[in-house]
Write a protein that binds this ligand. Sequence first.
Ligand SMILES: [Zn+2]
Length: 140
Amino acid sequence: MKGSRKLDQLSHPSTLSTANAVPLSQRERLSCRDVLLLLVLLLCSFLPFLFFGWNESPVVTAVVSVNGETIHEIPLTTHKGCESFIVETPNGMNEVTIDNHSIAVTDADCHDKICMKSGAIERRGDVIACLPHKLLIELR
Ligand SMILES: [Zn+2]
């Protein structure tokens, strides 16, 4: 019996006394500082967003290369309309079509036509490859 009472006294005061120890005026001042801190944190949380916004969105560029050598760099994000051009490689030709913000191989004389079957790509990181022609279209 005596033991359990002692435990009660021990567990209560520690939690209550800290909350009561701070006078009301000081607590209000603390909450004011908290609001300021929150505002600063809120501002800070926007910074990476802005930073990444600038970093992420600029322009997706289509890099067309043959045998590792870059032959075309086309900014896709700002591209408007539809245009095609022929890429002549030592192993054959590919017709590349840029339709607004997407790029595709629309014709090729390679044997597997995998490059044509890849369809149009428009997102950073997308790739179209024509292995027989060693042609690569990469979006960066
Ligand atoms: Zn191909």
